[in-house]
Design a protein around this ligand. Sequence first.
Ligand code: LLP
Length: 432
Amino acid sequence: MFVSSNLSINEKGNLAIGGVDTVDLAKQYGTPLYVFDEDLIRTHCRQFKNSMDKYYGGEGLVCYASKAFCCKEMLRIVNDENCGADVVSIGELYTAMSVNFPAEKICYHGNNKTPEELELALDYGVGRIVVDNEIELELLNKIAGEKGKKVNVLLRITPGIDAHTHDFIKTGKIDSKFGMTIEFGTAMNGVKKALSLENIVLEGIHCHIGSQIFQIDPFEHAGEVMLTFISDVKKECGYELKTMNLGGGFGIMYTEEDSPVAYDLYMKKVSDVVKAKAQELGVNLPYIIIEPGRSVVAPAGITLYTVGGIKDIPTARKYVSVDGGMTDNIRYALYQSKYDFIIANKANQPKDDNVTIAGRCCESGDLLGENVPLQKAEVSDILAVCATGAYNYSMSNNYNRVRKPAVVMVKDGNSRVVVRRETVEDIIRCDI
Ligand code: LLP
C-alpha cells in the first residue's frame, strides 16, 4: 500500500513514519518539514554492507554518497554503520570533518575540483581522491608536492554504458562531462600519466553509470568493463590496479510503477560477474567500493506540508497549493519525477480526487506533481510526499528567499531536530 516499508496508518487514521504520527510531527515542528526514519537508514547501510561481506568474498567498502542527503547527523549515522562517505564539494567534506568522519573512509569526487578543495582534502588526509582528468592529476600532483605528501588516487573512467534512466542522470556513457573514456585511449593515457607523477599513488579506478537504475545488467556490464581495463593496464603498464569503485545508482520505489531490485541481489550478481571475470583474466580480485546514495536514504524520508489554497478551474484542473515546493523539492521541476502523495490526516480515506500539487514560488513550473490521485484536500490538511529522503533537502534552495525547512529524525517512537529550520536572519546572513 505504501512505497516505503516504514509508513503505516495509526489508530487515528493518520499517516505514521517509523511509528510516529506525522500529523503530530507537523504540529510540533511546523511545515514544510523533512522527516527521516533513522532505523530505515541504518537498515539500508547494513543491507549493502552485509551483502558485500556475504557475496563478494574480497575486501570492500560501502561509501554512502552524501550528495543524496548530507548533514552532520546523517554522516554520524553512516560512520556508526561502518560505511565510508563520498563527498563532492568542500561543503560536504567540511560537514564530514565537523563530525570527525574518518578521513581514510572518504572518497572525494568531482569533475572540476578547485585547488582550495584539493588542499583541504589533502590536509584532512582524505583516503581516496577520484581524479576526473589529466589536468586535475597534474594539479593534484603539484599540490601534494608542495605539502610533501603522496596522494592516493582512483581514476574516474567512463565505461560507455548507457543505463536506461532519465537523460539528465546518465553519467557513464561516452558523452559525459565526467571521467576519461576507455574507447579513445583517454583512460589508458590517464593511467600512464598518473604512474609518471611522483606524488600520485594510483590505487584504482572508479565509475558511476547513472542513477535510479532498475536493471542489474548495466552494473554487471560495468564490472566486466572495469576488470577488463584493469587487465589491460596490467598488460600494457605492468601495474596492477588494486581497487575498483563501481559507484551508486540503485533504483528505489517512488510510486507503484517502480520495481526496484533487492539490494543484496545487486551485490550477489555483480560479485558473481566480477569474481568470474577476475579469474578469467588472471587479475587479483580488486578491493571493491560501491557508493549508494538514493537507495540508502530516499525511502527513509518524507516531506510534510500544510495545504493552503485550493483552486478548481473548470475545463482545466484542480490545484492544491502547499507551503513549500521547488525550493525543498526541485525534482518534479527538473526531471518530472513522480511521487506518492497522501493526506496525512486522511490516510485511511480513499484517493478519489485527482489534482496538481503546486508550490508557493513565483513560477508556473513550481509543481510537485500533476494528475496525482489524492484524498479530498481541504485547507490546513497535512500533505505527505513519500520517499523524499534523497536529493530533496540536498537540492533545496532559497529561491524567492524561501527558508529551508527543518529536518527531523524519528527513532523508537521519538523525534528530534537534526537540522533546524532556517530563519529570516539566515536568509540575509551573507548580505553586506
Ligand atoms: N557516486 C557518484 C560518483 C555519483 O555521481 C552519484 C550520484 C552517486 C555515487 C550516488 O548515486 P545514487 O546511488 O544516489 O543513485 N539529483 C538526481 C541524482 C543525481 C545523481 C548524481 N550522482 C536526482 O535527484 O535524481
